[in-house]
Design a protein around this ligand. Structure first.
Ligand code: G3H
Ligand code: 13P
Ligand code: ZN
Length: 316
């Protein structure tokens, strides 16, 4: 069942974080739904601009609609990840999305507010929830690359002003994470102090943590043992998710870790079966491994086992 992101936030706030997982294709979608049912967790499926154009946005949306039928037990929201204004409007008008993220974090404060406000007005008129971003994460997104020295942590006072002036429903805060597989090249870590200051100024308001893949070292080692060359990769310690949740982080974004699962499964399959050219054997292994990965991640987020309570809350 597709629900609004706001309902998921209401159930989770302060207790656990909802996993927001990016998907691009059928196998990821299948593994994602299986893993969430396996662990009895509500979740957010998120689609980036790149994912929407990888095949065709309608194709991807169609896969999710079908998953909703194949897994009637699932409770989830559909979210646009890192949208520009035009993509947000497209998703708002499509009628399919529970929520959109407008990412104008690369703009200066007043311009970020103006763009975000336009998206909020259009989205709220259709009952759609909006996430915005303030501060800048390091790392590489689809069309933006931010060096570590340019990454800016979110200013707590600005966060309060931004939320009040835009009317946005949740806020992605830069607290030291970055996108991709190469986080924390120096001695950096998560800035829980910044998070606590933001929560103090915005009590009860859902915060979002991007760049939250943990880049498991055993996964990287297996990829490299099977012919990969991923050197110096490092991620977020997922044992810190629960602490972040108590500080108001209600949505945690994970994409890179799923790509690592895909890479490991396919590298290992083809290195041990050099004669194979069939896509189905590694695809089957991937769907199962991705489901196991999602289920394990939901344990770290605290969202595992929350489905029955959420269903009860929604029925009231
Ligand atoms: O934050 C970015 C997400 O990992 C999506 O990545 O734009 O390559 O689909 P993508
Ligand atoms: P990772 O690159 O750490 O998986 O972050 C994903 C993300 O923030 C998507 O918006
Ligand atoms: Zn992100």
């Amino acid at each position: 069942m597709i629900v609004t992101t706001k309902e998921l936030f209401k159930a989770a706030y302060g207790k656990y974080a909802i996993g927001a997982y990016n998907i691009n294709n059928l196998e990821q979608c299948m593994g994602l739904f299986r893993g969430n049912i396996q662990s009895q967790a509500p979740f957010i499926v998120q689609l980036s601009k790149g994912a929407r154009s990888y095949t065709d946005k309608l194709m991807l949306e169609g896969i999710i609609r079908s998953a909703d039928q194949v897994f009637p037990e699932a409770i989830f929201a559909v979210h646009l990840d890192h949208g520009d204004e035009a993509t947000c409007m497209d998703c708002i008008n499509s009628g399919f999305y529970s929520s959109v993220m407008i990412d104008a974090s690369g703009e200066e404060f007043e311009k970020n507010i103006a763009i975000t406000k336009r998206v909020v007005d259009a989205a709220h008129a259709k009952g759609i929830v909006v996430e915005a971003e303030l501060g800048q994460l390091g790392g590489v997104e689809e069309h933006v690359s931010v060096s570590e020295s340019d990454a800016k942590l979110t200013d707590p006072d600005q966060a309060k002003e931004f939320v009040e002036r835009t009317g946005v429903d949740s806020l992605a805060c830069a607290i030291g994470t970055s996108h991709g597989a190469f986080k924390f090249s120096g001695t950096q870590g998560l800035h829980f102090d910044v998070l606590a200051e933001i929560q103090k100024r915005l009590p009860g308001f859902p915060l979002v943590m991007h760049g939250s893949s943990s880049v498991p070292q055993d996964e990287v080692a297996r990829i490299n043992a099977a012919g990969g060359k991923i050197i110096g990769a490092k991620g977020v310690d997922d044992n810190q998710f629960r602490k972040a949740a108590t500080l108001g982080v209600t949505k945690i974004n994970i994409d890179t870790d799923g790509r690592l699962v895909w890479c490991r499964v396919h590298r290992e399959h083809f290195i041990s079966h050099p004669e194979n050219f069939d896509l189905r054997p590694p695809g089957k292994v991937f769907m199962s491994e991705y489901a196991n990965f999602i289920a394990a991640k939901n344990e770290k987020l605290g969202s595992a086992g929350q489905l029955p309570a959420l269903r009860e809350m929604l029925a009231k």
